[in-house]
Design a protein around this ligand. Structure first.
Ligand SMILES: CC(C)(COP(=O)(O)OP(=O)(O)OC[C@H]1O[C@@H](n2cnc3c(N)ncnc32)[C@H](O)[C@@H]1OP(=O)(O)O)[C@@H](O)C(=O)NCCC(=O)NCCS
Length: 251
């Protein structure tokens, strides 16, 4: 049985008084209710899956089975006793045709050292406090402790906060496409084994909604590396994504 080595979780915002602990099957009701509330506010094109109404509970139970038990690890953040955020990492990643590992073209060796930063939700009253950013760092640290060095994840195109936070960890956009009609997603990856130092060159940019341009740049070996807000002002509707080429490094 896998023994979990759990790193400490530090919140980046000062004065944050939240508590945290790993979630397990005994938290099922609270997790189901939390996800239901968040989904009620998420636009359909931001969702990975939208099960038919009759299948919602079955689909959610499947999600919990995958994420509240090893090799899934989910941490919950609490304000007093109220769950206000969670984040999940899968220490063993899926190999299905729609799994991000397959979209990124992983082979067996890649899969063995991969961890998927599979889900994060923050209660709308606690957003913008740096919780997702802290929880991303924590999940990478936890998976690193368990010999994972290839980190992958997906975000819906247009989810600028999530994309900015993922790029902030050093992940880069490696894939863009539709996972279902009109649901465009980006696949991101960070390989901590192959590069200790990366040099980027030849920077170009594409509008966040110009998926054809992003696809074309990725096909030419560019990676999406950062967000460029118009005139430096954070506007989730108006931004471009910078794409650069990775230069061979001798480190
Ligand atoms: C996406 C989501 C997880 C972000 O969580 P969060 O804890 O609010 O994110 P953070 O506070 O770590 O970072 C958000 C960034 O946007 C900025 N921001 C500004 N206003 C914000 C707002 N109203 N809400 C969120 N972020 C805001 C933050 O300052 C931060 O930028 P910075 O790093 O330059 O300071 C949260 O909005 C959410 O749960 N959304 C619904 C579910 C979802 O989309 N999950 C992600 C799937 S990949």
């Amino acid at each position: 049985m896998m023994l979990l080595d759990i790193p400490p979780l530090a919140f980046s915002g000062s004065g944050l008084h939240f508590s945290h602990r790993l979630l397990d099957w005994s938290d099922l009701e609270q997790v189901l209710a939390f996800r239901r509330d968040i989904f009620a506010d998420i636009a359909p094109h931001f969702r990975v899956r939208i099960p038919p109404v009759d299948d919602v509970l079955t689909d959610e139970l499947k999600w919990c089975d995958k994420h509240l038990r090893l090799p899934g690890v989910t941490i919950g953040v609490f304000d007093d006793n109220r769950l206000i955020a969670y984040a999940s990492v899968l220490l063993s990643v899926g190999k299905g045709v729609t799994d991000v590992s397959q979209l990124l073209g992983f082979n067996e060796q890649d899969l063995q050292r991969s961890a998927e930063l599979s889900s994060c939700m923050v209660d709308k009253h606690f957003r913008g406090l740096g919780l997702q950013a802290s929880l991303l760092r924590w999940r990478i640290e936890l998976a690193t402790k368990h010999e994972r060095s290839l980190f992958i994840g997906m975000t819906a195109c247009g989810n600028s906060y999530s994309l900015g936070n993922m790029l902030g960890t050093g992940m880069t956009i490696r894939w863009v496409g539709q996972i279902a009609p009109d649901r465009w997603f980006q696949g991101l990856m960070l390989d901590t084994q192959s590069h200790s130092q990366v040099c980027w060159s030849d920077t170009l940019s594409a509008d966040w909604q110009d998926f054809a341009a992003q696809f074309e740049l990725l096909g030419r070996g560019y990676e999406g590396v950062s967000i460029d807000f118009l005139e430096g002002v954070l506007n989730p509707e108006q931004y471009r994504i910078r794409f650069s080429k990775r230069e061979a490094s001798n480190t």
